[in-house]
Design a protein. Structure first.
Length: 256
């Protein structure tokens, strides 16, 4: 596989991102958002989906965006879910690192304006009963449909926001369906390794050899793969239906 280099240079300091943070943290921000990351920070979309390469920076950007949300929404309730509690609390850690405002109480951050951000376990039975203004699902391609279906009602009474972020996974599940359907109700962002100037071509070449092209394309180029229980990919099935439809339209000459 050939890789193209990304010629973009680091962007100048962004005043909007800096204003989200406390002065002591903003002066030591470990990265400058690139143009695509800035688009995500600026997006007002209520339903947001990020399908990104590994190590593109999706967790850091969503952490900044969540911090912006709670600072602008007094008494907001934000829930973070993932494939495990450890992964959910990792995103909580990102948010805590970017601001000295909240107090950490176990798996929850409490802000001076009454807002709270809570990391949830990966259990549909224990995540019911919450109400949220914002629901964030990290590594969503690896979260079960059952957990997703138990969590979305938390937004019912608030008409809240739903943000999904993940690298690509198998061609199944809610994350893949939303991503592949490309509904106008969703603001969908795709970021491959080519969109990250921090990932070098040398590293990508090594990863391709180590992982094999199929797994490599999934991890770094947002290519969903058919799972172990699938005999063929979704694209092949769709192509067969399209072919059958075309064949039905071919006029048949029965002779006279």
């Amino acid at each position: 596989m050939a890789f193209r280099s990304d010629p973009r240079l680091s962007q100048p300091s962004n005043t909007q991102v800096q204003s989200i943070l406390t002065p002591e943290v903003s002066s030591n921000l470990p990265f400058e958002p690139d143009p695509l990351q800035q688009q995500i920070l600026d997006s007002p979309a209520k339903q947001l989906l990020l399908c990104c390469s590994r190590q593109w920076g999706k967790s850091a950007i969503i952490a900044l965006k969540a911090l912006q949300f709670v600072r602008n929404t007094p008494k907001a309730r934000v829930l973070i879910a993932s494939a495990s509690l450890r992964q959910a609390t990792a995103l909580l850690d990102y948010i805590a690192d970017f601001s000295t405002e909240p107090k950490r109480r176990g798996d929850r951050l409490e802000f001076p304006n009454g807002a709270r951000i809570t990391a949830l376990p990966q259990s549909p039975k224990t995540t019911r009963g919450f109400s949220a203004h914002l629901l964030i699902i990290d590594e969503a391609a690896f979260v079960t449909d059952e957990l997703f279906e138990s969590l979305t009602p938390t937004l019912a009474s608030t008409n809240g926001h739903l943000w999904l972020l993940s690298s690509a996974g198998d061609q199944r599940g809610f994350f893949y369906q939303i991503y592949s359907n490309q509904s106008p109700d969703w603001r969908i962002f795709t970021a491959t390794a080519d969109d990250c100037p921090r990932i070098t071509q040398e590293f990508l070449a090594r990863e391709c050899v180590l992982r094999g092209e199929e797994r490599f394309r999934r991890e770094y180029y947002c290519v969903f793969q058919h799972g172990r229980l699938q005999f063929t990919s979704r694209e092949v099935v769709i192509a067969c239906f399209d072919m059958a439809t075309k064949e039905e339209r071919i006029p048949i000459d029965y002779g006279t």
